[in-house]
Design a protein around this ligand. Sequence first.
Ligand SMILES: *[C@@H]1O[C@H](CO)[C@@H](O)[C@H](O)[C@H]1NC(C)=O
Length: 379
Amino acid sequence: MAALGKLADKIRPLDAFSKTLDEIRIQTFSGGIVTILCTVLMLLLFLSELNHYQTLKVTETLFVDVSRSGKLRINLDVTFYKISCGFLNVDVMDSSGERLSSIEKTITKHKTDMLGNLAQEEPTEVVRVGHTTVGLNGTCGSCYGAENAQRKCCNSCEDIISAYMEMGWALRSTEDFEQCKREFKEKHISINKEGCRLTGYVEVNKIQGNLHIAPGSTFGGSGMHSHVHNLIPFEAKDVNTTHLVHHYSYGVPYPGRIDPMDNMMAVAGEGAMMFSYYTKIVPTMYASVHNFTTRTFQYSLTTHKKSLARSGTLEKGLPGLFVYYELSPIMVKMEEEYRSTMHFLTSVCAIVGGLFTVAGIVDGMIYRGGKVIRKFHQG
Ligand SMILES: *[C@@H]1O[C@H](CO)[C@@H](O)[C@H](O)[C@H]1NC(C)=O
């Protein structure tokens, strides 16, 4: 017992928090106010710190993407207000010359009115301009001189164009071909009378390329800059390519991703507008705290639009929506982490201690200031 008393005697001088006697403390009104304010402020700061502590910290690191293969998935959801589904075609062309035209399977087209409201019916069956395989009444349609051993009949507009391409012949216009005229006539009725919403996804090679949604069929050779024939059975200036991109992204989403094309409205002030979206894709790896990693993509965007109607010819492009994509060699890795508890505790101590000190100074100033003023009045 005595030893303990001795130890206490030794420790007592170490007290950094020496107390003043209660008798010489006074409590003032201003002190009370400062204490209340101080407590409220402390609570607010503590809550904001707690809130911050509960969020996840995401750190980003950059490195060269060495993953070799894999596909790039393009998700899209676009409404065209003035072009009917029968006319709209989705095509993807990449720099290897591969052209994907069977992608209609993963993209559904829904008929809408001109305000973009979905029509009350099943998604319209996918029709490509020029895809009837049987000729009129089962006859064999002429290929207008482009017949060859494999292709004896051309029963659709697309057949004729393919035949011309096989022969390597230039194709100026499709107006002279009966098959084309017939097909266009069947569909012509719906220009500027209804709209179309396209939703779905496309899987493409992980190389540079472009995706376009344009009225009519397109036929291109290999390469990005190949000449594209378009089959538009009406005057280009009548094509109104006004559209709304509800959503456009690459890969699967991760928390906090921003897709810059989302909810972008493009109004065609003139006929035959070509809207180009240039996207630079950044491969992204997102590691969540729950131990799973998502491999996906984000992108940056620049846009451009031009009217093709003024130049009189459509050779320099197609009216419609073009998305050019290009992959960055740099990959971003985003890693979620919990915030450090020690750091949180340190912050809380700093808040409590700091506020007490500051409040003490403020209170002291008020107290002393009050005294000086009182003295001044008396004197
Ligand atoms: C195309 O349609 C949009 C929306 O209805 C309209 O604002 C625009 O003026 C039209 N453009 C032309 C060239 O008619």
